[in-house]
Design a protein around this ligand. Sequence first.
Ligand code: DGJ
Length: 694
Amino acid sequence: MIHCWRLDDGRQTLVLASRRDRLPECVYWGAPLPATEDLTTLLAAHAIDITGGMLDENADLSISPEAVRSFPGQPGLILRDRAGTPLLPKFCLAGATETAGRLELTYEDAGNGLVYLAEFVTDSDTRMITLSAEIRSSAPVHLHWMAAPVLPGPQLSDEMIDVAGRWCGEFQLNRTPWSPGMRYRENRTGRTGHEHFPGLLVPCRGATNTQGEVYGFHYGWSGGHRMIAEELPDGRRQIQFGHAVRMETVPGTQFRTAPLYITYSSDGLNGCAVAFQRHLRDRIVRLPQPERPRPVHYNCWEAVYFDHQLPVLMDIAARAAALGAERFVLDDGWFGQRDDDTRSLSDWQVDPRKYPDGLNPLIGHVHGLGMTFGLWFEPEMINPDSDIHRAHPDWALGAQDQTLGRQQKALNMALPEVRDFLFDRMAAILTDHEIDYVKWDHNRVLPMPDAAQTRGSYALIDRLRAAFPEVEIESCASGGGRIDFGILARTHRVWLSDSNDALERLRIQHDAALFLPASVTGSHVGPRRCHTSGRHLDISFRAWVAAQRHMGFEMDPRELDDREAAVLTEVTRWWKANRDWMLAADILRLDSADPAVLAEQQLARDQGRFVVFAGKGATSAQIVPRPLRLTRLDPAASYRVELINRQNAPGLSRGMPALKSGPVTLSGTYLMHHGLTLPWSFPETMWVVEGMRL
Ligand code: DGJ
């Protein structure tokens, strides 16, 4: 019996088909197929030949490839029974439900007492397809590996792009050529990690930021993932995503993958980036007050670290407010005996030595300045030197003699008493104080990957969110160590990196925009001399880089001289005037002809306006700037373009490109096919061009 199902969202079609009631294969995924396409013929046309040295039938590259059918690559599901004997699942169709935009498939393996469910959900606004799988078993089983529904990799693709990174160097793109065998990424750190953002982009030959076909994948899970991109001996390619293997540490009768988000683009990496950005912003992140403008942050970490002195903090708050800040975030150091990072995590009570009258005098002062108040926590962590560890050493996760990370252990979040304790302590602080924001940190990896830990963290956040629905949460983990759509389903902003070095941030932001919209991406103006790189950068560059995303400040404002304060105030004013449309805009990475220039175009949802940020990271090889092509404009429309910071042109820019003297009106065709001719500039500077459709 043949079964066929098709999913369409206007930009892509995905066809699943199967023979003999077996698990279906994705027999087509790409540009929209005509409504008249005969899917049975398509299934037949999809079959590959058999020649010498092959089995008599090619095993299906199904949504969960089955080892028992001699599949020549990695299977989609690896289970053992309670005694440890491997099971070899072999599924047969038991039911299918199709409703608008949703397909649910149920398969049974009566011999092994297993049921496999797969779900596919389309979204014709965001062009994201969300996939997940579940396994149910009549008797407890050990789960070793379960992939979300498996997809074929494109054949006209020479390489894949996945994401690595490090502390202060998040979102580094790796390009790996396809070749026989596997590209295997597995994150066994127990958190998403700086090193392992769970994303993959597979460009077809010739694709760039702005053109060509690209397939995008993101696994929305914060506990560590596994990715397999495998070329089989017969040339077919498969892509699998799931939790890291053996993360389920106890036998069970039901397991589910996290959502796998996939999208096909026919207009370059940007097509995938826009789908991820929109889906995250419009479908996943739920802001308590969506209509409220995103406030400019001030975070005191790099100003005072653990040295909290009320008069100093009050002075800093006043200066931050004068510069334009709208939310003051009190970072690490306010609780227990937290004078450095060796102690007190878990002792979530205000330090009376630093705050003899509690936090309310500071909060009142901050409110009086017109700012809201945010507070730092690191809930999942405990220092051995803490009252709570002395009272409950058994609450810590992992062996007693484990290697510490930043002098701390993780709490065992699977224990209900640990979650209750954390909820009670945090709820007490949130009840007793007017706090609208929690910066939620997570500064070490886990001693071992454990899905129950991630579920425990999610449960605690969900419970706090339900109890304090007005409080926003930022996901931080030594910077960008916990960024994924799983954590962002319950938080509202990410601390992208501990690097406030604008030069590094420019690059990190640019690459993170493949998945993240500006609205969730925190970006702060750091100190004149960056604390993590030692680099000195001018305030103008620092301010414009922060203005590309959700803007904030993190330097000690007492270090600013008059010029710096004036520049920062001015850029902040500009950001506030533009934030509403910019934070709902699409970030489009531009194909820069000059590798020294990282450029992006933020295009308003109604396409009536845009802003281009062209950040110059290094000295160019050629002597004058190469034109910068824009994208996704209306070729026939005219645009008024203006270099808004043209007064920053240095004396060495001696010529007169038109943009230096004022606004210019140009067609979309010209802007996309020739591009903007910008003035010469120093490295570590940013040109900012506003465009308005006439
Ligand atoms: C790591 C974070 O990334 C920093 O921003 C800061 O909050 C520190 N932790 C505090 O310990």
